[in-house]
Ligand binder design. Sequence first.
Ligand code: MEV
Length: 432
Amino acid sequence: MSRSISGFSKLTKSEKIDWIVTNYLSNSSIAKETISQYFNEDLKLQQLHDEFIENTISNYYLPFGVAPNFLINGKTYAIPMAIEESSVVAAASKAAKFWMTRGGFKTEVISTTKIGQVHFIYTGDFETLNQFFNAVKPQLIADTKPMTKNMEKRGGGILDIELRNKTKDIKGYYQLHATFETLDAMGANFINSCLEQFAKTFKAEAEKALDSPIEIIMSILSNYVPDCPVRAEVSCKIEDLKDKNIAAETFAKKFVQAVSIAEVEPYRAVTHNKGIMNGIDAVVLATGNDFRAIEAGVHAYASRNGKYTSLTHAKIENGVFTFRIEIPLALGTVGGLTNLHPLVKIALDILGKPSAKELMQIVAVAGLAQNFAALRSLTTTGIQEGHMKMHLMNILNQFEATKNEKEVIVNHFKTNTVTHSAVVSEIEKLRR
Ligand code: MEV
């Protein structure tokens, strides 16, 4: 047995599986069977997935669901979601239906400017560097023409480049801080290619013009996109919040309090925002976007004032309840996985082939709806009632319950509290 290997990437897929199964898995025949159960019979489709990343040994499925009845700026959407957590799609659908009869969601994209930076070290005189930068700036832009001309034709491109002095933080540290408009593309490749070209030109020209050398440390886009904010909002008269479990006014007040708690208490804010990301990540993933980039950017935004806080806000004013979200989202509807993954294409088709701006609004709504559903449960019945109902199916599947067993047990738990042990005990009772 050897737990390390060189040249793993050069093995064929079945050799890779053999190696991993032999060296890391105790029951090799079951492991092999499980891994191969997830292969797709359509060889072309399988090859497509194999080539998304390196060293693929199988596919990892996530459920792909749809939450219908989202009324956004007067247009009705069914929102595709890829997520494993059992209650998320149900919660989104419930919130969508609730707001559909109360005017729906209103949204607005405020701006779509993205940022990239060339980080470099220079220990010479700042004024000399500044003059050099101003002189070389037109050439920095001109040298990227081969990569920017198509984007410019469509109305996007490089917006500006600034020299930023960061020597207070690190000796000799400066940045070329560039802003971009990438239209319907998320733009990572476009931005990074431009930045690497800036770095090349900047260094080459500096060698001719400056006495002190420039050392390029790195060139990379930022996933912090505070200039890509989108807003979504719902509002209605307090009396329209009527719910079977609680009086409208009590519910509205409790709801606003719950949001206020997330605004001031970071322990609650993290969980509150996690619930928002349940909705956001599911749509981001279904539409082939980079959920890690979105997560990083959104959480940084949640702490932009030095303290981690809620991404949503609620108020009651003149008898009207308003609930809103403002988040930065850098999303794409062209390029990357959007042109490659067949289910991503379906997801975008379900949404009516949206522009990146339209997708930003849909995603923000998914986050707001998810948060509304979570807070509605938390401030009324408690979260476990809904969660455990959804979890019931997971437990039944874990015990490989038959169709008939599922029917009897689901029926039983319509009037009884779902707990893991109660479900197990019902299964055992039925099987005795
Ligand atoms: C669970 O995935 C998400 C919640 O914890 C969010 C929240 O507490 O607001 C229910």
